[in-house]
Design a binder for this molecule. Structure first.
Ligand SMILES: C[S@@+](CC[C@H](N)C(=O)[O-])C[C@H]1O[C@@H](n2cnc3c(N)ncnc32)[C@H](O)[C@@H]1O
Length: 275
């Protein structure tokens, strides 16, 4: 199947999920008014603070309902723009930003087709948990991040560790012990039809969506090949997706997430030539 077709399936499945999430998340319209509220994992906040959020221009790919970007705005960023393919989530993001009185902009588009008018306009591009698995081509995805960044800009990702895709999710496992179901090296996209309700944790007969199996080496190589230098890479024992959170309590456990910070290589720089 072509990438375009996969993306079409993802758009429809996420549009279907938006009102289902809203049943749970509309309480955020009140909760988000609290300026002390934080909707990004502490690990990613710490790294973004280290990199420097004050007055930074920040873009977020796959921004969903915008809560994470609203937190970034509150942490001192200047211009904040979120991109997501689902109109349903973009309209929730706009409502939530208005409720939070946070000056964020939200654009509905396929991440691969972010309009060229945004190119070079950001100091940081942020990707949070649950985004990369819906992107069929990681290298193209990071190339978009690359073109959005001003010279020397930063790509920051905090995401579930690829090794976690080998396991059955908590919600499908009941209280049974973790079960390893898939080979790490199985790179066939995985079709899901039980829904995308990670907010209410319900399942439903859903429009199909495909999740892509990106290995850690795929992530790193796509990042390098898209024109980044990796500055920081850390594996963590916390599950930002909350879909295998029970693993956090295990004495013997795999890595559950990774943090990656990479700097855009300045394409116009003239590296010194060997004599
Ligand atoms: C799991 S959510 C994002 C993660 C965010 N950390 C959260 O928990 O809300 C994945 C998001 O990716 C978006 N998405 C999927 N495919 C996309 C694409 N091709 N372009 C832009 N957004 C896409 C979906 O609409 C959805 O909002």
């Amino acid at each position: 199947m072509s990438d375009e077709k996969y993306i079409g399936f993802a758009r429809d499945a996420w549009e279907e999920a938006a009102p289902i999430h809203w049943k749970v998340t509309q309480s955020l319209l009140e909760e988000i008014k609290d300026p002390a509220r934080r909707d990004i994992h502490g690990i990613q906040i710490a790294e973004l603070s280290r990199v420097g959020l004050a007055q930074a221009r920040v873009a977020q790919l796959n921004c969903n309902n915008g809560c994470e970007l609203i937190t970034i705005k509150r942490l001192g960023a200047s211009r904040c723009v979120g991109f997501d393919i689902a109109e349903g989530f973009i309209s929730q993001a706009r409502e939530l930003a208005a409720a939070a009185d946070a000056d964020c902009e939200f654009v509905c588009c396929d991440a691969y087709k972010v309009p060229a008018g945004f190119d070079g306009g950001f100091d940081i591009v942020v990707v949070t948990a649950g985004a990369i698995w819906f992107m069929p081509d990681l290298m193209r995805y990071f190339q978009v991040a690359r073109r959005l960044l001003a010279p020397g800009g930063i790509l920051n990702i905090y995401e579930s560790h690829p090794i976690t895709t080998m396991f059955e999710l908590d919600r499908d496992r009941g209280h049974a012990p973790p079960k390893m179901l898939y080979s790490y090296f199985d790179d066939e996209p995985r079709r899901h039809e039980t829904g995308l309700d990670y907010q209410g944790d319900t399942t439903y007969q859903a429009k199909p969506v495909f999740k892509f199996r990106h290995k850690l080496s795929d992530v790193l190589m796509a990042c390098i090949e898209a024109g980044f230098v990796i500055e920081r890479f850390v594996e963590h024992d916390q599950d930002p997706s909350r879909s295998i959170q029970s693993f956090e309590e295990l004495a013997i456990k795999p890595p559950l997430s990774f943090l990656l910070t990479a700097r855009a290589v300045d394409a116009s720089a003239n590296p010194s030539q060997p004599d």
